[in-house]
Structure formats: structure tokens, C-alpha cells
Design a protein around this ligand. Structure first.
Ligand code: SAM
Length: 221
């Protein structure tokens, strides 16, 4: 018998990934937040990726209850910082509680409001470049978020855009689904933008068939 994707995810969580979340998913459910966090293996991947590039500063667009934020915050370490944008005040409130309970609250700043309003404010503060940007909010703005990420990073920084495969709809040039069209737009942007080199990895798992774009900000060489 062949196991299904969700069963493989459960096996991987039991054997390799472990409990990453300090009760976040339960707290999110209790507060009525939608269960649209990254899966545990994906959260672990984000954390390992951030550790691999020795990220000290991470920017996230789309906090929800902070599940992926905690993965990033653990990876950047005690001296690191995560800035995360969240539109819904209630999501931000739950995330703040979750982050504090996970013991990483001091290294995370949650900025509440529309990310496209808050990104210019952040840029005006001339922050140190971010080493990693994780984009996981309103999909129709993915290309705008990548353009802002380019302004806020440095050569060698990594930009991840989640959920770009959308059950395969990304391959349908005639799709009328706004999120699928936004996926095609952001992939076109990656293809055309000389300051970025990118790929997309398809994923299957407990959350179905999707995938994420992985881009590296290029230097002069
Ligand atoms: N990254 C989270 C995780 O894996 O735990 C999941 C984020 S969830 C998929 C998307 C979040 O983006 C939601 O909480 C939603 O309220 C937020 N969001 C939607 N539109 C936004 C916007 N314009 N600016 C900032 N956040 C937004």
C-alpha cells in the first residue's frame, strides 16, 4: 500500500521534525484563526534555511499566529531580529502571545496593517539589509512584495514566496484565478529581473499540492 501525502507528513513530523510550535497551532485554533500556516516540515525547512545562510535578520510578510515567525525567530538566534507584517490585528494579538510563550518574543517585531503601507515606512527607516524574506500574505501582491524585498536586502539574501503552485493552476496561462495569475506574474518577474536568480520547488504534503519560489539576490559578479 502506498501512504498518502498527509501520512508521510505525519511520519516525518514524528521521526524528524518534532514539535516545533510550543502549542501555536492549538492556540490559533482556539482563537478561531484559519489553519493556513506552513506545514511543520516546511516550517522546519524555513528554519534550517535561515540557519544555513546564518541569517540574523529576517523579514516576513504574513504573520497569522506566528507559526512560521517562530521558526524564523529561533533560527536567527538571540542576537537576531525578525520583522513581520500582519494585516489583521486579531492575528497579530494571537501571534504576540504565541511568540512570547515560545520565548522568542523579544526578537520579533510585529507591524500591524497592510504590508504595502508598512513597507515604505520600514524602508524610510533605512534598516540594515535583511538576510531572508519570507512572503506569505495576500497572494495578489506577491510581485509588489518581491520588489520591496529587493530594496530591503543585499546580494546573497534569499527571498521565498510561498504557495505559488496552487494545485498546478500556475501552469494554466488562461487561469482566471487571481492567486494563480499572481503566481505567474511573480515567476515572470523572477525570470526578467537581472538582480535575482530563482527557481520553484513543488511540494506535496498534509496541505496538498503547492510549492514555493526560492530566489537569491545577485551581486555584481
Ligand atoms: N506565514 C504564516 C505561517 O505560516 O504561520 C501564515 C500566513 S497566512 C497564509 C497569511 C496572513 O497574511 C494572514 O494572517 C493574513 O491576515 C495576512 N495578510 C493578508 N493580507 C495582508 C496584507 N495586505 N498585509 C499584511 N498581512 C496580510
Amino acid at each position: 500500500m502506498t501512504a498518502d501525502w498527509a501520512e508521510v507528513d505525519r511520519y516525518l513530523v514524528d521521526t524528524l521534525v518534532g514539535d516545533q510550535d510550543s502549542g501555536v497551532l492549538e492556540a490559533n485554533a482556539a482563537a478561531g484563526l484559519p489553519a493556513i500556516d506552513v506545514s511543520p516540515p516546511q516550517g522546519k525547512f524555513l528554519s534550517l534555511l535561515a540557519m544555513s545562510i546564518r541569517a540574523r535578520r529576517a523579514l516576513e510578510i504574513g504573520t497569522l499566529g506566528g507559526y512560521s515567525t517562530i521558526a524564523l525567530a529561533r533560527a536567527v538566534g538571540k542576537e537576531g531580529q525578525v520583522v513581520t507584517f500582519e494585516y489583521e490585528p486579531e492575528h497579530a494579538r494571537v501571534a504576540r502571545e504565541n511568540l512570547d510563550r515560545a520565548g522568542v518574543g523579544e526578537r520579533v517585531e510585529i507591524r500591524v496593517g497592510a504590508a504595502l503601507d508598512n513597507l515604505p515606512v520600514l524602508a524610510q527607516e533605512h534598516p540594515e539589509p535583511f538576510d531572508l524574506v519570507f512572503i506569505d500574505a495576500d497572494k495578489v501582491n506577491n510581485s509588489n512584495y518581491v520588489r520591496w524585498a529587493l530594496r530591503l536586502t543585499r546580494p546573497g539574501s534569499v527571498i521565498i514566496v510561498d504557495n505559488v503552485v496552487r494545485d498546478g493552476a500556475v501552469a494554466d496561462a488562461d487561469s482566471t484565478d487571481p492567486a494563480a495569475r499572481a503566481s505567474r506574474d511573480v515567476i515572470d518577474l523572477f525570470a526578467a529581473e537581472p538582480r535575482l536568480d530563482a527557481t520553484v520547488l513543488q511540494t506535496v504534503g498534509g496541505k496538498g499540492w503547492d510549492g514555493f519560489a526560492y530566489a537569491v539576490v545577485l551581486g555584481d559578479n
